[in-house]
Design a protein around this ligand. Structure first.
Ligand SMILES: O=C(O)c1ccccc1N[C@@H]1O[C@H](COP(=O)(O)O)[C@@H](O)[C@H]1O
Length: 207
């Protein structure tokens, strides 16, 4: 099965189009107000409208109020929710939409138990733990902390970029990978050449 690719933190229609044309399976829209990649409903609608068909649109939240999620779902055609905070399984399930649960990996965290608790998720997205910042930091984590026998599909993220993506996939064997900072020219602005190199690196991992 090919490793699936998500490019997160898209803020401009042209970046979403470029990601899709280069071969990304999914794009991520950040609805966390404190993120430099935060998008308004208008921006999100314009980005989605410019995508070719059959690209998965993921909406990212960090400990949102339920109303905030409903407001986005009512205004933007979203395929999958991504919860990147401390949301409980009950919280994530209430929207009756497919969702990914993000977890920030650090020594001592029982990832197996975490995945069992979030059995309703479509995948467990593992990110680096950086105190005070919930994600999108560009930091990697120790991939050896990931158990081999997780009961959910693993989406590897955290500091993935063209220079480390092939090694990361060979080390972890994830179902999918997700990147934001590693393919940017500046915060929120994607670099098409870096996206192309990242996607080539994903494909190279299976050679
Ligand atoms: O992108 C953000 O600004 C962001 C803000 C809050 C939570 C998560 C965020 N992004 C996600 O973080 C991971 C890792 O990002 P990076 O590649 O290390 O920059 C990724 O899943 C982004 O979707």
């Amino acid at each position: 099965m090919p490793v699936r690719i998500k490019i997160c933190g898209i803020t401009r229609p042209e970046d979403g189009q470029a990601a899709a044309q280069l071969g990304a399976d999914a794009i991520g829209l950040v609805f966390y107000p404190k993120s430099p990649r935060h998008v308004s409903l208008e921006q999100a609608r314009a980005i989605v409208a410019a995508l070719p068909p059959l690209v998965t649109v993921v909406a990212l939240f960090v400990d949102p109020e339920p109303d905030e999620v409903h407001r986005v779902l009512a205004a933007v055609p979203i395929d999958v929710l991504q919860f990147h905070g401390e949301e409980s399984p009950d919280f994530c399930r209430q929207f009756q939409r497919p969702y990914l649960k993000a977890v920030r990996v650090q020594p001592g965290l029982d990832l197996l138990q975490y995945a069992i608790a979030h059995a309703g998720a479509r995948g467990l997205l593992t990110d680096a733990f950086v105190p005070g910042v919930p994600g999108g930091t560009g930091a990697t984590f120790d991939w050896s902390l990931l158990p081999a026998d997780l009961p959910l599909p693993l989406i590897l993220s955290g500091g993935l970029e063209p220079d480390n993506i092939t090694a990361a996939i060979r080390a972890v064997r994830p179902a999918a990978v997700d990147t934001s900072s590693g393919v940017e020219a500046s915060k929120g602005i994607k670099d098409a050449a870096r996206m192309a190199a990242f996607i080539a690196g994903v494909h190279h991992a299976s050679v």
